[in-house]
Design a protein. Sequence first.
Length: 131
Amino acid sequence: MSATAARQPNWDIDRLEGEAGEHAVAQMLRSDNIEVKYDRRAQRTGQLFVETDCRYKTGWGPSGINKTKADTWFFVLDLEEKVTISVSTARLRSLVEKYRNSRPLSMNRGSHHTLGVGIPLSAITKPGGKE
């Protein structure tokens, strides 16, 4: 085969990888251990807001990623186009620790003010969480 010849698809491997992906997504969606957040600003800002603390009537306390029992987090980025991104809680916690000091955020809308961390979308979509 010449160096310029086009790669021929390997349908058996492609099909198996596709089925493995379908199985993984179906398994995540069947789980009771998922957290779903809608971040309508993420595509514009290039980062996700991950809540870490909330101001309760009694004062500040852990919330969001610091209290979750979920195995996987899903972030809805666009409701109309059904754009979502998912990440394991373990990886998300690791990213929160990585960016905690360099990307602190606060949200002052609604009844409970929250603190969080801005996680670059690229940190989630790149292998190993590297930008």
